[in-house]
Design a protein around this ligand. Structure first.
Ligand code: DLL
Length: 447
């Protein structure tokens, strides 16, 4: 069952809703925000020109850089006194991107997060352990609002405190988890070391996102915890988590809350709109936001849209799990690839853990990639026991197993990605763990 009627309306009705809200949004920003008025005047478009959804492509794009250039509040369209909550991106370089929410925006965010929780099968009977970071990052409060809106109980533990996470899971009878997939994997690893069998706990579902994760990672999470793992997508500029979400029935793509976030797919190089089903950059126009509405925001996230009917009965358009970001793409010796392509290859191998780091260096004039992957605790214990026992035959066999693993992973990467990389197996616990989004790439090339 969907949370709201809009999730199951016909295509025709959805397009009517979108057009009415689009026209209202364009008139609103044109009337209230000098940045947009100038942009629309330059593009020669007046609010009255948006007569059909096809006219949306006449609107100019908005980029992250433009939001940053208007730091902190110049893109706000609602007056300052109507803003009731701020969020911001972490921003590793320069100023962060700031977002301001009015009461109506918070209502909208509650609504889309309630839809996402319902999509994952969360109801008022659930106890949700919210491991997303609280603070300026939107993950914590977004999941918090959605949980409460569906009437479930939230445990607002935030990220970190790994052992405490496990204790609360056991003692509070947690049934659902909201977390980045990488932090959850870390919690699992620590739990396993403590001898916890997560499958025996009351856990049954979860909403995971904020970073790329592969189908293999989903399988690993589902197996280790005995839950259904649903993907959730969003970005601070648009609202935070809740732009799109997977339903637990199908788990094969994310329903976009398109009555609030109007999606388009464009060719990232030319800006041309691509037909439904083509892969490209996701562009979103917010058609319900008040604080800081965005016209045709370039997310830089790469995906494709699908209108195939879904087993859950929702008619909301679906997007594929992200294949990467245009700005995360690594170009190595002329070959383009996304770090997330490597994850499935690693996760499909026995004896290695889902913790990896892709190190890129320039040696002379050549770019070299070294994929560091942790071996599992079990593998390490066996090898150490053989060394202690002084059994030369077994030690040699262990070395041979490790060599074959490295060779296999190298070959698979070459086949899938098309480049030759070095693969190094490193001891368990060597790769830094994150409490939020994992850092998968260490690009040491001079800029
Ligand atoms: O990550 C909002 C969020 C919080 C989403 C919790 C889901 C759960 P930002 O910090 O602004 O916002 O980062 C947004 O993260 O453009 C994507 O590149 C990436 N991202 C978010 N969700 C997913 C996902 C939050 N499910 C950026 N899969 C986005 C892959 C994701 N990447």
């Amino acid at each position: 069952m969907a949370w709201s009627r809009e999730e199951t309306v016909s295509r025709g009705e959805m397009r009517d809703i979108q057009l009415a809200k689009m026209q209202k949004t364009v008139a609103y920003v044109y009337g209230k925000n000098p940045f947009y008025r100038n942009k629309l005047d330059e593009a020669g478009v007046k609010p009255g020109d948006i007569k059909s959804l096809d006219d949306v492509r006449r609107l100019p794009f908005t980029t992250k850089m433009q939001i940053r250039d208007n730091y902190p509040f110049n893109l706000f369209t609602a007056p300052q006194e109507e803003i009731v909550e701020y969020h911001a991106t972490s921003g590793t370089t320069g100023k962060p991107v700031v977002v301001g929410y009015t009461r109506k925006d918070l209502e909208l965010w509650n609504e889309v997060m309630a839809r996402a929780c319902t999509g994952a099968g969360i109801t008022s009977k659930d106890v949700v352990q919210n491991m997303y970071g609280y603070g300026l990052f939107t993950g914590g409060l977004g999941a918090h609002y959605g949980t409460i809106r569906v009437g479930a109980a939230v445990i607002p533990i935030s990220g970190g405190s790994t052992q405490r996470q496990i204790m609360l899971m056991q003692d509070f009878g947690t049934t659902a988890i909201t977390s980045t997939p990488s932090f959850l994997m870390h919690v699992c690893e620590v739990g396993e070391q403590m001898g916890v069998d997560f499958r025996k706990l009351k856990l049954r579902t979860g909403l995971f996102g904020a970073e790329p994760w592969s189908e293999s990672m989903r399988q690993a999470i589902q197996e280790k915890l005995g839950i259904t793992a649903c993907d959730i997508y969003g970005l601070s500029e648009i609202i935070g988590p809740g732009v799109s979400f997977e339903c637990h029935e199908a788990r094969n793509g994310l329903h976009i809350n398109e009555d609030f976030f109007y999606p388009e797919i464009i060719d990232p190089d030319t800006g041309e709109v691509l037909p439904c089903g083509a892969t490209g950059e996701l562009v979103i126009t917010t058609i319900g936001n008040e604080g800081q509405p965005l016209l045709r925001f370039r997310t830089r996230d790469i995906t494709r849209l699908s209108l195939e009917p879904c087993a859950c009965g929702r008619t909301l358009v679906k997007m594929d799990r992200l294949s990467g970001r245009t700005d995360d793409m690594l170009i190595i010796r002329g070959v383009n690839f996304f770090p997330s392509q490597i994850e499935s290859i690693i996760l499909n191998r026995q004896g290695v853990a889902p913790h990896y780091l892709i190190v890129v260096e320039r040696i002379g004039s050549m770019d070299e990639v070294n994929v560091q992957i942790e071996v599992t605790e079990d593998f390490m214990v066996r090898a150490a026991a053989d060394v202690l026992a002084g059994s030369a035959g077994n030690i040699l066999a262990d070395v041979e197993v490790a060599r074959q693993k490295v060779d296999r992973i190298r070959r698979d990467i070459k086949e899938v990605v098309g480049i030759t990389v070095a693969v190094t197996l490193v001891p368990p616990g060597t790769i830094p763990r994150s409490e939020g989004k994992a850092k998968r790439v260490d690009d040491r090339r001079p800029r």
